[in-house]
Design a protein around this ligand. Structure first.
Ligand SMILES: [Zn+2]
Length: 241
């Protein structure tokens, strides 16, 4: 409970250990931090420096407001199942088995924390991609085996008669095709009827809180595999039938 006369820390020490004779603590402007009873006084604008004429500059007078830190939300298990099943449960970057969810456009760069920006990824790709743009990441991984990084290419691409420029163009073409494919799958993920089907069937499963329980969605997918496959063949009809 809040107690002005029993507040911990400095106020107790200043009025207790050193008694009334000790100097009261003051802020940078010389104003006392505590009243006579030892309670903390109302905070004042903090002084962060002085301007050219020596005047004190309060923090809030010129610094912009700090933007609120965005927090990732926990996804419902049906949402993870909806995304995972559309991608066949595999990593969108390397086609290995998915072990986590990744924001295609990095969350740190403003990517939405929404199903249309969520893709399954293996842990290795998720860890290595980090905040990279998906196209940059695709080029890095697809060219890593053929491009030495010093302007030369390895024998594989060279044997096909490709120059570094040719290789770049070829990989960019692939990256665009890959993005188009992702767009098609994402359209499936965002299909209203399909989402309603997952929502109505699996809403009771609750939240999938982060990667540690990512498997809850994959386990649910395997348990309901036949049901989902059958519904997929029927175009995911609404569950209200
Ligand atoms: Zn991967």
């Amino acid at each position: 409970m809040w107690s002005p006369s029993r507040s911990p820390g400095r106020s107790c020490r200043s009025s207790g250990a050193h008694g009334a004779a000790s100097e009261p603590q003051r802020n940078t402007e010389g104003a006392p931090l505590h009243d006579r009873a030892g309670a903390l006084l109302a905070p004042r604008p903090r002084v962060v420096g002085r301007d050219l004429e020596g005047l004190k500059v309060p923090r809030r007078s010129f610094l912009p407001e700090q933007p609120k830190k965005r927090r990732r939300r926990s996804f419902m298990i049906w949402e993870s199942m909806c995304v995972l099943s559309a991608h066949g449960g595999t990593c969108v970057y390397c086609s290995r088995e998915a072990e986590s969810m990744d924001h295609l456009i990095p969350f740190a760069d403003g990517g939405l924390d929404d199903l249309n920006n969520l893709v399954p990824a293996c842990q290795r790709c998720n860890n290595k991609k980090r905040k990279r743009d998906p196209v940059v990441w695709h080029l890095m991984t697809s060219m890593a085996g053929e491009w030495r990084g010093d302007g030369t290419i390895r024998s594989g691409a060279g044997a096909r008669g490709l120059s570094l420029r040719d290789l770049y163009l070829e990989r960019h073409e692939e990256a665009l095709g890959w993005l188009e494919h992702l767009e098609e799958v994402t359209a499936e993920v965002c299909d209203y009827d399909r989402q309603m089907w997952f929502l109505n069937r699996f809403f009771h499963l609750g939240y999938d809180r982060g990667q540690s329980s990512f498997w809850s969605a994959t386990v649910a997918l395997s348990v309901f595999h036949d049901t989902i496959t059958k519904a997929h063949e029927q175009g995911f009809p609404k569950a209200e039938h």
